[in-house]
Design a protein around this ligand. Structure first.
Ligand SMILES: Cc1cc2nc3c(=O)[nH]c(=O)nc-3n(C[C@H](O)[C@H](O)[C@H](O)COP(=O)(O)O)c2cc1C
Ligand code: SF4
Ligand code: SF4
Length: 276
């Protein structure tokens, strides 16, 4: 069967998932003589619309693992705003070297429930958004090459297949439906409670460029006064990572202790995993 459209869809506050989704979609597009399309649902406006996919499309869809699952505030978009029609897909997750837990199982499960037929899946190790010493700098060149090889392998299998039904029911590691969210811990092993933590702004460094407000995945930063975060904060780190002046930071003690715990205990780099 022929793929007529390839789409890289991603939620990617700190950019790792975006890099991998685009690399995979471009590799397939190049092989198939197509232009890769993108569907970036990192910002709230993009999550207000519904997107339909047809039987000749290939959806390459990636999300980061948050607390061992898909980010809970983004899950409704995955469940309600993406509609497949027997559409082949390549779901993948990125995780910051602790564990992907039930993240990929949840994404594959939701894709199957919404008209998609996952034909391959992957979990990539990428730099941790806040415990930035973990898997620092990943995806590196080899990760990107691994991702492209997975996508091209899938495309070749699709070309050789008679129809989407030729792809068996894909199974991946993790619980289906997914289990409870991972509960973060502090250095002393006690639960780290930082649900309400919000980023602070070093006003001496801030040049009021407005970038943090523009990139906030929840649209929660007041563009008129970026020190004010009236909305929900999911700790995605987009504002911290993208502030050109390094002016955004978290000072919540439990959050910082959790970061320290992760960096102390999960330093040994894990491999990428693929399911076909
Ligand atoms: C709130 C939050 C929770 C996270 N939870 C996990 C986790 O449970 N396991 C893990 O290995 N990485 C975890 N990470 C790390 C991200 O999965 C990783 O940094 C990913 O690359 C972020 O994707 P992005 O760069 O596309 O935003 C978490 C990151 C954030 C911001
Ligand atoms: S991105 Fe940084 S410098 Fe720009 S407004 Fe936000 S805090 Fe200030
Ligand atoms: S305010 Fe919170 S949700 Fe918004 S970009 Fe910063 S860390 Fe992410």
């Amino acid at each position: 069967m022929k793929i007529r459209r390839v789409v890289a869809a991603y939620f990617s506050p700190t950019g790792n998932t975006e890099k991998l989704a685009k690399a995979m979609a471009r590799a397939v597009a190049e092989a198939a003589g197509l232009q890769a399309e993108t569907l970036d649902f990192t910002r709230p406006e993009a999550r207000e619309k519904t997107y339909e996919f047809g039987p000749d499309d290939l959806l390459i869809i990636g999300l980061p693992v948050y607390a061992g699952r898909l980010p809970n505030k983004i899950l409704p978009f995955v469940q309600e705003n993406l509609k497949g029609n027997g559409t082949l897909s390549l779901p993948f997750v990125c995780f910051g070297n602790r564990a992907f837990d039930d993240g990929i199982a949840e994404l594959v499960y939701e894709q199957k429930n919404t008209g998609f037929r996952p034909a391959a899946a992957a979990a990539f190790v990428t730099q941790h958004a806040f415990a930035t010493n973990l898997s620092a700098g990943r995806p590196k060149t080899q990760d990107i090459e691994d991702a492209k090889a997975i996508a091209i392998g899938l495309w070749k299998a699709v070309e050789a297949a008679g129809s989407a039904e030729d792809f068996a029911d894909l199974t991946v590691d993790g619980n289906t439906p997914p289990g409870p969210y991972y509960r973060p811990k502090r250095m002393d092993g006690e639960p780290a409670v930082f649900l309400k933590a919000k980023p602070l702004t070093d006003v001496d460094k801030c040049v009021r460029c407005g970038t943090c407000a523009r990139v906030c995945s929840m649209g929660s930063i007041d563009p008129e006064d970026v020190t004010n975060v009236p909305g929900i904060c999911i700790k995605c780190q987009a504002c911290v990572a993208r502030c050109p002046m390094g002016a955004k930071y978290f000072d919540d003690p439990d959050f910082l202790s959790h970061k320290e715990m992760l960096e102390a205990n999960f330093a040994e780099e894990k491999p990428n995993t693929v399911w076909i």
